[in-house]
Design a binder for this molecule. Structure first.
Ligand code: MTE
Length: 305
């Protein structure tokens, strides 16, 4: 990941923003049969779509779908939009395993169907220093976790992206250790702000944004929001995630957005909202402190970054 440009002064006054997601269910037909396989298809609408949340404008679709990080499809921002076309997301299945009473491999539709979709407008803050505001369509990860009945040993939830160098040309290069792995502490995974997304902007997720299923954890740097998930594992030990393995001094397990803890190579105090000219102040926990600060009470966030 490359370093951001030097800071500019933000015209945006720091103010406490309320929790800003729109909670509306869209419990309607999610899947359509397409020949043998079954693909995730969202209905045509109307969707409970808004263009802003608490005074912050949703990032235009064209930026959210052409300025991406998805190293499986290349390391340049425009690579995923170009190369992820070849990803086949029909007949997708997800394996849930480890410390739980009901492990198994489920077709995507069986994994998602029990859940009513909600639109959540969240800020996404990349560790590189840019941010967007995205209207996700998804459901709480907590609801999915409960279905699999984790045991008392399940202290962490680990996620893995598909490994298939045929479809994901970036995986032919040892840029990162594949497959991409991320993880959350159980209380983070169960937090109501944590969702699994299957869509955005009222549509099915574009491949470059992590189709057909991705994690979204809005108070953490974007790299925690793992894309194209095929495996979810409950385990007792804290996992070593992809970015921790790649650069342990730079990327920690927690990766909470924190303007007071700089990246070793650049400041995290400001960010550039994609589509805007001036930089703005980065907010503690990406503006979700009221909801999540209690998860880290008593922890040294400089040590547990
Ligand atoms: N997931 C996988 N599997 N591979 C990746 O390279 N990049 C992460 C995250 N999820 C990444 C990933 C990073 S660094 C960011 S900032 C977000 O995806 C970007 O999400 P977006 O492209 O939808 O904005």
């Amino acid at each position: 990941m490359s370093a951001p440009k030097p800071s500019e002064i933000t015209p945006e006054p720091l103010y406490r923003r309320r929790r800003e997601f729109l909670k509306q269910s869209i419990g309607i037909g999610l899947f359509a049969a397409t020949g043998k396989a079954s693909a995730l298809v969202l209905p045509r609408g109307p969707f409970p779509r808004r263009d802003e949340a608490d005074g912050e404008k949703v990032t235009p679709w064209k930026y959210a779908t052409t300025y991406n990080n998805f190293y499986e499809f290349g390391t340049d921002k425009e690579d995923p939009a170009e190369n992820a076309r070849r990803l086949r997301t029909d007949s997708w299945s997800v394996t849930v395993e480890g410390e739980c009473e009901r492990p198994g491999t489920l077709a995507l539709e069986d994994l998602v169907r029990p859940h009513a979709l909600e639109e959540r407008i969240y800020r996404l803050r990349c560790v590189e220093g840019w941010s967007m505001v995205i209207p996700w369509l998804g459901f709480p990860l907590a609801a999915l976790i409960k279905r699999f009945r984790p045991t008392s040993k399940a202290k962490y939830v680990v996620f893995e992206t598909l490994y298939d160098p045929e479809q994901m040309p970036g995986q032919r290069w040892p840029i990162l250790e594949w497959p991409y792995v991320e993880g959350l502490r159980m209380d983070e995974a169960l937090h109501p702000l944590t969702i699994l997304a299957v869509g955005m902007y009222g549509k099915v997720l574009p491949n470059q944004n992590g189709a057909p299923l991705r994690l979204v954890v809005p108070w953490k740097y974007g790299f925690k929001s793992i894309k194209s998930i095929v495996r979810i594992r409950f385990q007792e030990r804290q996992p070593v995630t992809t970015w921790m393995r790649a650069a342990p001094r730079e990327y920690g397990f927690y990766a909470n957005v924190n303007p007071h803890v700089d990246h070793p190579r650049w400041s995290q105090k400001k960010e550039r909202r994609i589509g805007e000219f001036f930089k703005r102040d980065t907010l503690m926990f990406n503006g979700y402190a009221e909801e999540v600060a209690h998860l880290y009470r008593g922890m040294d966030l400089g040590k547990y970054f």
